[in-house]
Design a protein around this ligand. Structure first.
Ligand SMILES: [Fe+2]
Ligand SMILES: [Fe+2]
Length: 286
């Protein structure tokens, strides 16, 4: 149930969950306990979300047990949910396990939801076993049809995809979305009103544009990487925090993407310094 009005969409996107079989820890990070923290944070602050999307890299090693753990943890959130695939996933393993997959007519784990004047398109950029993968002709053609229908319905478009399509001028670009120009051409040709593209995969928060479209990334549930930009040498640092998910709020004209951290170590300043921030007022919606 949305607490605002009939136009304001709240869309939550979590990515790069990287769950391992029970109790296993990788690089000193327990991704299961972090994911529990994510769902608790979600339930505390965004139980009114219209849709929660898990944008790929659900299981670190694509094992069945990790998908079981995933379902056990996420069932504590009661919002509508959709699950996407990343390069760490194996859609065949996932599809064998899940009861209610999002699936297109060709067997790819992709789909769309129309909510409050928006079409949220969730693409399957995963090819099991490939770090860098893109959209095959079938998936591109599905995307073109989906955009054409959305345009005919005059919907605003939000596109979610696991692999970042936009070059960040970082080493991750060597395994970003393969052949990104193919997707970009389809987006341009559609002439649809694309207001936001959001990806995971690169484990860093970023904002910018791709071919003229607003394009951002979130850092996700596993480690975060530092901005290691073109020209640098030496070790790239990885950090325990923040673990983060994205919250998009859009009425069609105002589309804001917030980075909601749920694991972070920064110290909170004494709230007594900010008395005006107790129950602060919001802009009144029309
Ligand atoms: Fe990942
Ligand atoms: Fe990934």
């Amino acid at each position: 149930m949305n607490a605002y009005n009939d136009n304001l969409l709240k869309l939550v996107v979590m990515s790069d969950i990287h769950l391992l079989p029970n109790g296993e820890v990788k690089n000193e990070l327990d991704t299961a306990s972090r994911f529990i923290a994510a769902i608790e944070n979600l339930n505390k602050f965004h139980s009114d979300a219209d849709l929660v999307v898990f944008a790929g890299d659900i299981a670190d090693k694509a094992d069945l047990n990790a998908y079981v753990v995933f379902d056990e943890i996420r069932e504590k959130n009661k919002s509508a949910q959709r699950v996407m695939m990343g390069n760490h996933d194996d859609r065949n393993v996932y599809l064998k396990h899940t009861n209610d997959p999002m699936i297109d007519e060709n067997g790819f784990v992709q789909g769309y939801e129309d909510i409050k004047g928006h079409r949220i398109i969730m693409l399957d950029s995963s090819d099991p076993g490939l770090l860098r993968s893109g959209l095959c002709d079938q998936r591109l053609s599905w995307t073109a049809n989906c955009l054409a229908k959305a345009k005919s319905l005059d919907l605003k478009i939000i596109i979610l995809i696991h692999h970042n399509p936009c070059a960040l001028q970082m080493p991750v670009d060597t395994y970003r979305l393969a052949e990104p120009e193919k997707l970009l051409n389809i987006l341009h040709d559609s002439k649809a009103d694309i207001i936001q593209i959001l990806a995971g995969h690169c484990h860093i928060s970023s904002a910018g544009s791709w071919g003229g479209y607003p394009c951002a990334t979130i850092s996700g549930n596993q480690h975060r990487v530092e901005p290691y930009l073109r020209g640098r040498t030496g070790q790239q640092s990885c950090f325990e925090a923040p673990a983060q998910y994205g919250v998009i709020m859009s009425d069609g004209n105002n589309c804001a993407l917030h980075f909601q951290n749920y694991v972070e170590h920064s110290k909170i300043i004494n709230p007594n310094f900010f008395p005006n921030k107790m129950n602060p007022k919001f802009e009144i919606l029309d």
